[in-house]
Structure formats: C-alpha cells, structure tokens
Design a binder for this molecule. Sequence first.
Ligand code: CP
Ligand code: NVA
Length: 340
Amino acid sequence: LADLTPAQISQVVTHARFLKQVSLPWLAPSNRIEKKLHMPSQSLFSKSIALLFNKRSTRTRIAAETAATLLGGRALFLGQEDIQLGVNESVRDSARVIGGMCQGIFARVGDHEEIEELAKYSPVPVLNALSSLWHPTQVLADLLTLQEHAHLFDPTHMTQPVPSDAELMQTTKTRKFVPLPQLRPLTIAYVGDSANVLHDMLVTYPRLGHSLRVATPAQEKYRAPTEVWDRVVKLGCDQQIVWVTDPREAVHSADVVVTDTWVSMGQEAEKAERLEAFKGYQVTEKLCEEGGANPDWKFLHCLPRKEHEVDDEVFYGPRSLVFPEADNRKWTIMALFEYV
Ligand code: CP
Ligand code: NVA
C-alpha cells in the first residue's frame, strides 16, 4: 500500500463496497432474474489470474478465486507442489511464461525479495498476496470493515449505520449506491509482533488521518525491519506512530485494537522462543481496561488466530469484527483485480 496514494487506497475501498453491494443480490439464491440483473461488471471476461502461492491460505485464496469468478474471469491456483518454479525453473523464466498466458499474477511468497523479482520480470501486473514484509490486501479489508462500522466510533451518533445485507438487496434493486460514511480519525493500537500486517498498517493509517500506537517486545528482531521503517519515514507516517514495549501503554485511548499471530508462517521453529518473548501481550478485556482503551474499543485480527495472542472472550465477543473483516477480503481483492 506504500506504493499507492491515499486517494487510490480510498478509491479501492469505495469500489469494494460498490462491488459488494452489486454482488450480494446476485448471490441471493431465490430470484433468477435478480441474479442476472445485478451481476457485477464482467471486466475479467476471457482473462486469467495466476495465484502463485508458496504458502498456505484460506481467506486470500478463496477471496481471489471467488472474486475472479464473479468478474467473469478465471483464477488458476498454482501451489508450490504444482509448478516447476523453485525446483526446475527460475523466477525469471516462470514470470515470463505465466505472464504470456495470464493477465495478472497474485503471489504469496516467503522472502519479500521473491515478489520483487517476480514483478521485475513479469510482463503482467503482480499483486502481493502476502510476503515476509507486507500484507496489503489484508489492510484494505480492515479499512473497509472499519468504514462499514463507522457508526460504532461516532459518539455524536451523526453517522448512520451502513445498510444490512438484506437492506442492501433492496437498495440495489433501484441501483442506488449507498456511499460509505466518513470515518472519524481513530486511534488504532497494535499489540504483538512487527510482521507483514502491521507493516501495511504503518504506511497506510497515518496517511488516512488515523494515529497508531504499537507495542512489541524490546528485542530488535520484534521491531519493524529497516526496509519497512524507511518507507514509513519517507511517507511521513512516523509522526503519527507511538512505539512502546508496554501493551497497556499501547492500548491507551484506543478505538481499535489489532493483533496477529506471534508465530507467522515460516517461523514455526522459533515458536517456543516467541511464546516466551510475547508473554503479557495477549489482548484481553483486562489488558485494555488497565491500559485505558476507549470503553467501546473494537477488535480486528487478520486470522488465522491462536489463543496466545487474543483470548476467546475478546475474539468471540461483541467487540470483535473479525468475521466481517474476513468476508471483506473478497470485495477488496475483487476491487483490486478490477482496477488492475
Ligand atoms: N488473513 C489471511 O491472509 O488469511 P489466509 O492466510 O488464510 O489467506
Ligand atoms: N503474519 C501472518 C499473517 C497471516 C495472514 C503470517 O505471515 O503468517
């Protein structure tokens, strides 16, 4: 997301909401005519997107496959067991060959350098489906989720709730797009590991007027790597970021509390060490009360979730927006596919 301007980011989120609104009646099983009338634009008709995934995925993969289908295109899932890449063929040659037959590549890789190399040699656009450093499509879904829940953060009750799915189906019959309400500037806290999801938050939220408070353990390895922090500073985002080691301090006055796994994919060998390093960082009601979070704070998590980083009371409780957040992976990825 550091590559996009704030206006471009907002445009993708607004477009995602539009696609969601247009597509929901089409998904309703009851009315065949409705389905036909409200199909989203078939902008991917006769186009294919290669899903080059070297790591597991539930949400990103399903979002991409179903989104491409709704847009009339095809997503080809290419796991690391399926193709020659990395075993018999170089990234350079694979990028050229895939790009010769597909119109886009959505890639989930290990080292971030792998996706940079893919982008360097690919004749078609490459989108990041997660790398060691970044997870841009996750933060687009988080933004849409926050905007859809803007009324929860508005103490003056001036912001109206966005229509429910059932109401959306009604409004869409008349083809009226209900724009998303303005989100007031939020204080967003992140408690946990400085990993890909946080990194995209760092280069995005401050540019959209939100302030960030981050708590990670003191050791250097749990802080943002230089290549990420350089982008944060270059974009002027560091002015809106408070970085501490005490999770209670981080959640002070937070409207939203976010966390992610303490053991990202590929770090399994460090599990014991990490569980030890992150002791005291679990997001709980008690932690947020002691830290003085906004009493109405809401909770986000990219999933998959482990109980280490957030307890069941928060995760399954009324503050949690995690499942609408997961659903929104689809509409935001669909918006990106359509734009690109
Ligand atoms: N949030 C997310 O990226 O989930 P998956 O790893 O299941 O795609
Ligand atoms: N930080 C996590 C995100 C998973 C969606 C990981 O990289 O495994």
